[in-house]
Design a protein around this ligand. Structure first.
Ligand code: FAD
Ligand code: DLZ
Ligand code: SF4
Length: 504
């Protein structure tokens, strides 16, 4: 038996500073990366998501090899591929005559649970986050309500980001009130850089086209970064061209503009190509140099060390039960148009089409269009969760599940969000230009041509009035509904019910 260990690196652990690499021994240990069907099919991932990850894994393996590591890489089409991570570890132990395995803890509960049962396997904490799991639990345990804002302030102090001694720069912790402007179409709007596939990526694209022909999504053109250097170039491009406007237009949506001023870096961050703290420090520097306004810098940093860390904390604190919650008892099946985009609702159609083509939608499209629709229509949160987990290139359960179950569907009864993100067509009309090209009339409250979000909104308020009236941020809407005449209430109920029956 060899004395070294197998260091298993998962597809979303492509960081040179990974815990297992930091304590690895180049002379004795062997790194194992494996493309396996079990991970590629536990949900039917978007074609671009699989292609991105396999291409990034292959490039990362080559970089580690060039850096002096012994690397064992198993391709999906290797005839001996067992199809599972467990199987590949067992095969590698035999092939390399080794007996010990080291893994940095996976990001998803199901895999961690499985790996805890693997023999001779050492699990190391994933230290690529500001808050560790135990620290979050200690903060959360015993609190009456968890608010991201309180947690975020702790993280700001811990990281020393945008701080003036013990106080936030600019005198406020949060500049969100300045970040809700609708955007106007602009021919000069920046777009994320595009990276032409090299021969390694081209081979992966052919593999995905052959092995996953029926999965959702358009595979080509494919222009994502698949190396650390290109991911860093994509982030630098965002900082230079989009960050100054990021804050103001963070909540805006425009037809034909999938990316607006967003960073479009979440696949790179979540798979380890980018380092979140390095990104935040770069953004702070830009503000200190006077090149970006504070509302943009703070808004960006809040997403990373606030929301991203907060949802991860909740995931690990509440799993495995969190996946099953359904506090609003929503049981309607996911409508087919989430896959086909075949709907007359222009906003939903645009978001699904863009998701199909880019494996990307920005936060407000996910939260206030597809998520809001599902919330109002009472779609089963578990089915919706599987959709979000499949269709976005950045989707891993630790980040997707709390965003879907907690933030978007209020299915945890308010553990993560203080109120449901429910909105009528007026919100979508204010923040986007979708309504102008829609078959429905956003201004009409009732009748067959009225925007479905309008009657569905009141249907939602009515259905959940007993719960919502106890929520200080929603009680006013319940009272408003109660002040409508009985005829108007009935018409809204009838309109919504009629629309819901069309969902199949
Ligand atoms: P930007 O708007 O430019 O923000 C910068 C970065 O901040 C993002 O890259 C991301 O890392 C982080 N961030 C922003 N908001 C959040 C958030 N709410 N939670 C965690 N991180 C955040 N994000 C994922 O990374 N993976 C997911 O699977 C995912 N699923 C989501 C599902 C739903 C229903 C909703 C409402 C949101 C989801 N998000 C998810 C959060 C957010 O929509 C994406 O992080 C963001 O759209 C990624 O695009 P961007 O890089 O252009 O982000
Ligand atoms: C998402 C994904 C896919 C599609 N394929 C693989 C794979 O073949 N091999 C691998 O190691 N990881 C893959 N991943 C990422 C894992 O699913 C991810 O590590 C876990 O979900 C934990 O976050
Ligand atoms: Fe969406 Fe309603 Fe506007 Fe149509 S009218 S785009 S359905 S919000």
């Amino acid at each position: 038996m060899m004395t070294g260990r197998i260091i298993l690196i998962l597809g979303d652990q492509l960081s040179p500073a990974l815990a297992s690499l930091k304590q690895g021994d180049r002379a004795a240990d062997v790194i194992l990366l494996a493309e396996v069907m079990a991970e590629a099919s536990y949900v039917a991932h978007h074609k671009k998501k699989i292609a991105y990850l396999f291409a990034a894994m292959r490039h990362f393996a080559a970089e580690l090899h060039a850096d002096g590591w012994q690397v064992d890489y198993v391709r999906l089409d290797d005839p001996d591929n067992s199809g599972t991570l467990d199987g590949e570890v067992r095969r590698a132990l035999g092939r390399l005559e080794m007996s010990r395995v080291v893994v940095t803890e996976p990001g998803e509960w199901r895999l961690l649970d499985e790996m805890r049962g693997w023999p001779e396997t050492q699990l190391l904490p994933d230290d690529r986050f500001l808050a560790d799991r135990a620290g979050f639990a200690a903060w959360a345990d015993g609190r009456k309500g968890l608010r991201m804002e309180h947690f975020y302030r702790l993280m700001r102090r811990k990281a020393g980001l945008l701080m003036d001694g013990d106080q936030p720069v600019g005198g406020r912790w949060n500049f969100d009130a300045e970040n809700r402007q609708p955007a106007a179409a602009d021919l000069l709007m920046p777009r994320p850089p595009r990276f032409a596939p090299d021969p390694v990526t081209r081979q992966v694209l052919d593999l995905v086209a052959a092995r996953f022909p029926d999965n959702f999504g358009t595979l080509e053109p494919f222009s994502m970064a698949v190396t650390r250097a290109d991911a860093e170039a994509a982030f630098a491009h965002f900082v230079k061209h989009s960050l100054p406007q990021f804050g103001a237009f963070q909540d805006a949506m425009l037809a034909g503009q999938p990316f607006l001023y967003h960073a479009v870096v979440s696949p790179y961050l979540n798979s380890g190509l980018l380092d979140p703290l390095v990104m935040c420090r770069t953004v702070e520097e830009e503000w200190r140099a006077g090149r970006v306004p504070l509302n943009s810098a703070e808004g960006f940093i809040r997403q990373i060390i606030g929301w991203r860390e907060f949802v991860r904390g909740i995931y690990w604190w509440r799993m495995p039960g969190y996946k099953q919650v359904n506090e609003l008892a929503a049981h309607r099946p996911l409508p087919a148009f989430y896959w086909t985009a075949d709907t007359k609702m222009a906003c939903v159609r645009a978001c699904v089409e863009q998701t199909r083509d880019e494996a990307y939608a920005h936060h407000i499209q996910r939260l206030m269009v597809t998520g809001n629709f599902a919330l109002l229509a009472g779609i089963d949160p578990h089915e919706l969760h599987e959709w979000y987990l499949a269709v976005y290139a950045d989707a891993y359960e630790w980040v997707e599940l709390p965003n879907t179950i907690g933030m978007s569907q209020f299915a945890d009864g308010g553990l993560l969000a203080s109120k449901p993100y429910a909105a009528s067509g007026a919100y979508i009309n204010r923040m986007s230009d979708y309504c102008g090209g829609c078959a429905y009339d956003v201004k009409a409250k009732a009748g067959p041509g009225a925007c479905p979000f309008n009657s569905l909104y009141w249907h939602f308020i009515d259905r959940h009035r007993d719960r919502l009236v106890r929520n200080p941020r929603m009680a006013q809407m319940v009272r408003t509904f109660e002040r409508f005449t009985p005829e108007k209430q009935d018409q809204l109920r009838r309109d919504a019910d009629r629309f819901l029956t069309t969902l199949g």
